[in-house]
Design a protein around this ligand. Structure first.
Ligand SMILES: Cc1cc2nc3c(=O)[nH]c(=O)nc-3n(C[C@H](O)[C@H](O)[C@H](O)COP(=O)(O)OP(=O)(O)OC[C@H]3O[C@@H](n4cnc5c(N)ncnc54)[C@H](O)[C@@H]3O)c2cc1C
Length: 512
């Protein structure tokens, strides 16, 4: 008679309180199943990274004396779904109790709740012990009927709660809560970006198992020199390497993009965080401690900017997800209906910025925030692509994409499909922004200065047409009103040329 405890693929924290005591009456179950590999087409590296992490945790638990039941993707007795495999294990061990850690995705939350009720076994859901706030913490912070929940207000509360970067009297360190305006420099080749974290795994055997099982994926597997951590020790080493080499310049170049580096000074810690190899508190603490130790090397603007992403944005996004699901997934406030072009799965597009950002995403399963928001996302928004299609692509392509964090970022922040609930303005740009913040325009066949000519950069007509199409909605928005007015005041002939050009671009979207 045993207790069965389910561990999901993004619950790889070996320090969860479950594991403090070895109990022969407890069986831990991990499973690689088609229900998880197939609900969207995932990037090959994402499937490999999660399976590698699960296998490693299973080995570590086994070595520590815990009982583990593991289903590999190709095992003959693997019935490829949680419920079916759990019933197999229940029968094998004579389960008298069933427990699982709180899932982060609404889909799994519903499914496991229903399954647990159906088994009628005692037990149920326990905390994942990962986040700083509860699922309902963000909703509790804001007025229920408020039109929008401002991240900044929640973030300040989290600063106070965590006591991070505060003066002894409780005011913000340096006098400001947010130093974002200092963090917007383009990067011109110096200082050199930190060398990538240098552990590389050979996951060719695992990739062969995944391929043999027939799992459909996108992107490059990079299985022979696999760059993602598979256990906590490696994730901690990745964190230390970022603090040492990346954090000092993280702030200055947070918004910069360059063809010579996929991450510049960004941490690439989102995978380790989202599968719970790292805890948000320890990541934020490590940055704050670096600044405390050596404020000259770790400027406050860089440290605050980084800490804000972890204790502010990440927690806030999760709170929005739980407050707004399941309806959030279907939000399409701007009524966009165009299909995502096929080059999102190949990177074969002539526009340099998109070729680079989409191509890099397919090659590495990673893009940093500004590539996701201001290049790929801005293109989709201004072109008028169906947000549900955009959401599916983002959910598949990125190594860190789990719906609780991906969906509000895409639907709310990037595609403005929630009527501005999450983001106080639509994030979109014309070629001038891309040209200022990156070197993408160099060598591009399109002219970033032209709006409507045959070789005009498509970003320009799409951008101005976006404001023309949605001017009534955004005219009074203080953050974008100026751009909307500029569009509205263009001579009618110029407006007509922009609308014509944008329509042409949409019709020829596959050929861009
Ligand atoms: C359209 C779009 C889709 C996104 N999809 C995802 C996703 O699927 N998974 C994901 O983890 N992040 C997502 N983000 C947020 C952010 O872009 C990534 O967390 C970040 O690029 C990961 O790279 P990094 O670890 O180098 O981040 P860094 O820039 O080094 O930031 C440090 C950490 O802060 C957190 N963070 C930063 N910004 C956000 C944010 N907006 N929301 C939540 N956490 C944040 C992440 O955990 C990240 O690892 C998305 C953003 C946009 C605009």
């Amino acid at each position: 008679m045993a207790t069965v405890r389910l561990i999901l693929g993004d619950q790889l924290n070996p320090e969860h309180s479950w594991f403090r005591r070895v109990d022969p009456a407890v069986v831990y179950v991990l499973m690689e199943v088609r229900s998880e590999t197939d609900y969207v087409v995932h990037h090959a590296q994402k499937v490999i990274a999660i399976f590698a992490g699960m296998r490693r945790l299973a080995d570590q638990l086994g070595a520590a004396g815990h009982r583990v039941r593991y289903f590999r993707i190709g095992d003959a007795d693997n019935r490829q779904a949680f419920a079916a495999n759990l019933r197999t294990v229940f029968a094998e061990v004579g389960a008298k109790r069933f427990e699982y850690q709180e899932p982060d995705e609404w889909r799994l939350d519903e499914a496991l709740r229903a399954f647990a009720a159906d088994t009628a076994l005692p037990g149920g859901m326990v905390a994942s012990e990962h986040f700083l706030d509860g699922r309902g913490g963000v909703a509790a912070h804001f007025q229920k009927d408020a039109k929008r929940w401002l991240m900044e207000s929640y973030y300040r509360r989290m600063r106070v709660r965590t006591k991070l970067l505060l003066e002894p009297d409780g005011s913000p360190l340096g006098g400001e809560w947010n130093y974002d305006k200092e963090n917007r420099k383009p990067w011109k080749g110096t200082p050199p970006p930190p060398k990538p974290w240098d552990v590389r795994h050979d996951h060719r055997a695992l990739w062969a198992e995944i391929a043999a099982a027939g799992v459909r994926t996108m992107g490059s597997p990079s299985a022979e020199a696999f760059p993602w951590p598979r256990d906590r020790a490696e994730a901690l080493a990745q964190l230390a390497a970022f603090i040492e080499r990346g954090l000092p310049d993280f702030g200055d170049y947070e918004d910069a993009m360059h063809t010579s580096s996929d991450r510049l000074f960004h941490s690439r810690l989102s995978f380790a965080l989202n599968v719970k190899l790292l805890a948000p508190r320890e990541v934020a603490d490590a940055a704050a401690e670096a600044h405390r130790r050596d404020p000259a090397r770790y400027p406050l603007a860089a440290t605050e900017g980084f800490v804000r992403q972890i204790i502010g944005w990440r927690e806030y996004i999760r709170g929005v997800y739980w407050a707004k699901m399941p309806g959030y997934a279907a939000a399409n406030g701007l009524g966009h209906t165009l299909s995502l072009p096929a080059w999102f799965w190949t990177g074969a597009v002539k526009m340099n910025c998109l070729r680079h950002a989409v191509g890099q995403s397919l090659d590495t399963a990673y893009a940093h925030h500004i590539q996701r928001l201001m290049v790929i996302g801005s293109f989709c928004l201004t072109a008028g692509i169906d947000p549900a299609e955009v959401e599916k692509w983002y959910l598949g392509v990125y190594i860190d994409a789990f719906q609780w964090v991906e969906l509000p970022n895409v639907i709310g922040m990037s595609q403005h499909a929630d009527g501005g609930f999450l983001a106080s303005k639509p994030y979109c740009c014309a070629a001038s922004y891309v040209s200022k913040m990156s070197n993408y325009c160099g060598g591009c066949p399109y002219d970033p200065k032209d709006r409507t000519g045959p070789l005009a950069c498509p970003l320009n007509a799409l951008y101005w047409d976006f404001w023309l199409r949605h001017q009534d909605r955004f005219l009074n928005n203080p953050r974008v009103g100026m751009a909307v007015r500029q569009a509205a005041q263009m001579p009618p002939a110029e407006q007509a040329a922009i609308r014509r050009k944008a329509a042409e671009l949409r019709a020829g979207i596959e050929e861009l």
